[in-house]
Design a protein around this ligand. Structure first.
Ligand SMILES: Cc1ncc(COP(=O)(O)O)c(C=O)c1O
Length: 450
């Protein structure tokens, strides 16, 4: 829908959207009484707009998912066509569109991956990858990092009463380690190599101390996203693979945020010399137009369940609308060379532009990332690296919105995560607006303006 074709209902306005929301909608991760959500009425490409027609450049991709941009016509048409043909079907059936979606996903998987288990989103993709790893190894612990986000599910199968609970009951569960993050190193490291080596030594020592025979999997976001776009140093992921092999542990990579173009590669793991056993994905696989996720399964793990029941399932596993959106999204990304475009935007516009911003703005402690996946770390003091407080972040957010830029903020960071289809001009414009907002929010700025 273009901005000129907004619906004509009298009550279709921002005030009504906001008052209905505040009256009846319970939001994620929020104290409800303090909310005043941003109203979105429509979108196209890298822009969204409200009911009054105010346009915003979407530097958030919503929750880092609209990789092909808003309302990609090919994906919208595929969903419409599928809805008219078969809107829903049980997961136990064979359906052409589900098979095609699995085939398209596997075309971009690492070598040796043979099948896909579809889920409703990222959290249940991770849940099912963990379930597969536990059943394949006969072990129960999962080692992951403190600086990570893997989703928000957990108790449903443990609460279940029937047989499906039994193979999923584990007395012990999760162990955490620190991953590499040189800017705020836990390892007194002074170079990326040192940070990577020491983080690997720490990972191996924790596995040894836990008892390797109890550890099913190492679970890592290939590039931790919400935690700050922490691109791992050279050798870290390959080293994690070596440790996993040494102790008969599986390696699960979570590509929910980093995958399907975000990093300027089909999967972020393509940047590194690493071979996972399982890959969790969601978000960019169909840009979130219909909720979907899944697990790419390597052949040895898939074989575990040839003659043994896999005790996991979802009513909407492989939902036709989500599958049609996956096929159309991946085909659009291939035909329009969207992944290559995202890589070029990173190396030609966002990378150099953010490096310049870091030089100019005293608020910026570090910028890091690749493709259309960047974090700008804001600090009160560049020497001590003390993070800025919530007051500064609130000013940055207000400054961005006032200029028509929709930012993604996490703790003391601005994540620069536009759609993969953002044009060079839009990317440059967004950086200029961000620079203005930072200048306004930065030290002394309000004093200077009186
Ligand atoms: C790396 C990663 N894994 C898993 C998830 C959970 O995905 P979902 O919110 O679709 O359940 C997220 C969500 O942001 C994520 O970034």
């Amino acid at each position: 829908m273009s901005i000129d074709q907004r619906p004509a209902h009298a009550e279709d306005d921002d005030a009504t959207a906001l008052s209905l929301d505040r009256a009846h909608v319970f939001h994620s991760w929020s104290a409800q009484a303090r909310l005043s959500p941003f109203v979105v009425a429509g979108g196209s490409g890298s822009h969204v707009w409200d009911h009054a027609g105010r346009r915003y450049l979407d530097f958030s991709s919503q929750l880092v998912n609209t990789n092909v941009g808003h309302q990609h016509p090919r994906v919208v048409a595929a969903i419409q066509e599928q809805a008219a043909t078969l809107a829903t079907v049980a997961p136990s059936t064979a359906s052409l569109v589900r098979g095609r979606a699995a085939q398209k996903v596997l075309e971009h998987a690492p070598a040796g991956f043979s099948s896909v288990f579809f889920t409703n989103g990222g959290a249940d993709a991770v849940e099912n990858a963990i379930r597969m790893a536990r059943l394949h190894t006969g072990r129960d612990k999962v080692v992951s990092t403190y600086r990570s986000y893997h989703g928000n599910t957990g108790a449903a199968v443990a609460a279940t009463g029937d047989w499906r609970r039994v193979p999923n009951e584990y007395a012990r569960g999760h162990v955490h380690v620190f991953g590499p993050y040189l800017y705020r190193t836990e390892f007194w490291a002074t170079s990326p190599e040192q940070e990577g080596e020491r983080a690997l030594r720490h990972l191996e020592r924790v596995i040894q101390a836990e008892g390797p025979e109890t550890v099913a999997a190492i679970l890592l976001e290939t590039i931790p996203g919400t935690a700050g776009v922490l691109v791992p140093p050279p050798g870290y992921l390959a080293g994690a693979r070596e440790i996993a092999d040494r102790y008969g542990v599986l390696l699960i990579l979570d590509e929910v945020m980093a995958g399907f173009g975000r990093s300027g590669a089909w999967l972020a793991l393509d940047h590194f010399d690493v071979r996972p056993d399982l890959v969790a994905f969601a978000k960019g696989v169909n840009s979130g137009y219909v909720p979907a996720g899944g697990v790419m399964i390597s052949a040895p793990i898939a074989a575990t369940f040839d003659d043994r029941v896999f005790p996991g399932g979802l009513t909407y596993s492989g939902h036709p609308l989500a599958m049609a959106a996956i096929v159309a999204t991946i085909e659009a990304m291939e035909d329009e060379r969207i992944v290559e475009h995202a890589a070029a935007i990173g190396s030609d516009v966002l990378g150099p532009g953010l490096a310049e911003l870091a030089e100019r703005s005293p608020l910026v402690g570090e910028v890091r990332g690749l493709g259309v996946f960047w974090a700008v770390e804001l600090v009160a003091d560049r020497a001590t690296r003390e993070p800025v407080g919530a007051d500064v972040m609130a000013r940055v957010k207000a400054g961005c919105l006032a200029r028509g830029l929709l930012p993604f903020l996490a703790e003391n960071r601005v994540h620069v995560v536009p759609p993969c289809v953002v044009t060079a001009d839009e990317a440059a414009e967004g950086l200029a607006l961000l620079a203005e907002a930072l200048a306004e929010a930065g030290p002394g700025a309000h004093v200077a303006r009186g």
